[in-house]
Design a protein. Structure first.
Length: 193
């Protein structure tokens, strides 16, 4: 039987499609599908309240981690919108970069990538922080439909800016991903898809 992903918390055990008026309740975040679909606000509220398991009569899955689970939302959104080409892929740069874009190291749809729906209103709030990428033409800026490279130093700088800005919603997922990049990589790319 097919399972569905909750677009609020990323729980991947829903019986019914959350975009239908099923009135199924997610045991993780407690959202009832069909009660109004403001997923971004609900996700923000759930994260702000501590991202706790909601249904007390059912234990969370073994080794449950809310921040890792929320990454499932990328897969859900990706499946719904991949044909429309409206994503930005945040991709770990695994080998040292000489200060220019290395096209050979870019491989789309990596498991370690973070996918962002480019028309999500939240993305607009982050866009100002992303304007200092190295572009394929050697200039500094940001190209939504091109390749943007952030060195290890620029990644640390971005992490610190996001962490300090109290007005940025839903930043835990991005901070967790950037922290992994800082620890394991040599920067990252943002690829327009």
């Amino acid at each position: 039987m097919e399972k569905y992903i909750c677009p609020i918390c990323g729980y991947d055990g829903l019986e019914d499609d959350p975009y239908q008026e099923t009135f199924e309740i997610c045991p993780c975040c407690g959202y009832e599908f069909g009660a109004g679909e403001d997923f971004d606000k609900r996700r923000h509220d759930w994260l702000k309240s501590g991202a706790k398991w909601w249904f007390k009569q059912e234990n969370p899955p073994q080794n449950w981690n809310a921040l890792k689970q929320i990454n499932n939302i990328q897969n859900y959104v990706f499946e719904r919108y991949k044909r429309r080409g409206e994503f930005l892929e945040f991709q770990l740069c695994e080998k040292e970069n000489s200060g220019k874009i290395d096209l050979k190291s870019i491989k789309h749809w990596q498991e370690s990538s973070l996918y962002v729906y480019s028309e999500n209103p939240l993305f607009e709030k982050y866009l100002a922080l992303l304007q200092n990428a190295l572009l394929s033409n050697g200039e500094i800026g940001f190209d939504e439909s091109g390749i943007n490279y952030y060195s290890h130093e620029k990644t640390i700088e971005l992490y610190n800016k996001v962490q300090k800005d109290e007005n940025l919603p839903d930043k835990k997922v991005l901070l967790t991903w950037l922290d992994d990049v800082i620890k394991t990589g040599h920067g990252f790319y943002i690829l327009g898809i």
